[in-house]
Design a protein around this ligand. Sequence first.
Ligand code: FES
Length: 108
Amino acid sequence: MKKLTTFAAKLDDVAPGKTKKVCFPNHGPILLANVGGTIYAVDDTCTHEDSSLALGCLRDDKVKCTLHGSWFSVVTGEPTDEPADEPLQRYQVEINNDEIWLNLTPIE
Ligand code: FES
């Protein structure tokens, strides 16, 4: 399998049940989330009013925005509670030699 283009973090940097915000040149920050050993990647910026989701907690596959309380699935990107009503963009993740690599073009 072809390695994805952008190194994001070491796998050990994102423990199960935890998240990590990662930044890249010319791209908005991305939130990595470890759900039961599977890494997901979504935009870190809440679609409601631009708060960082890395400030919130991860519960199962959902992350909470601390500013107004919306929850988002890190698997689907969809908000599950108002006030946010737009989904987060998602990114393809590949684990290679205990490293997390991303494709920074959002999944359609
Ligand atoms: S900024 Fe996230 S719910 Fe308002």
